[in-house]
Design a protein around this ligand. Sequence first.
Ligand code: FES
Length: 152
Amino acid sequence: MDKKEFFKELDEFIDGLRDKKDDVKILNFVVEKLDSIPKDVQKHIADKTGLMEISIENTINFYPKFRTKVSDIKEVAVCTGMNCGPAGGQDIYNALVEILEVDKNGLSKDGKIILNKKRCFGRCPKGPNVSIYGEIYSFMTLQDVKRRLGLK
Ligand code: FES
């Protein structure tokens, strides 16, 4: 989409909001349209809404769904729900915490992967389910996940 056209649509979207400073709604709109949150768009939102850029950044950093859209950080989400958890999902998650050496926010030591838990992907009979970079894979083992992530 043409950037100028996008900014026009973004302004219209913000104008139509009851709370014009609802940055979560605004960022959702941006991700839906661009699948990323470029720096100039963050600045535009700040100018348009009067929100401070740092407060927009804080919101982005708070939500993995936004955080993964501003950089090269990719999300791996392991279902540890009622079916997947006991079927191996919990073990996969625990192993990845160790292997990737994630911090308390789930960010891997190399800063490239954000590891999350999911309660259910709605594919319970096919568990363990793991989402890797936005794609959900079923019947996963730790070996499968490691292979897809290029880990030994
Ligand atoms: S419990 Fe994992 S997909 Fe439902």
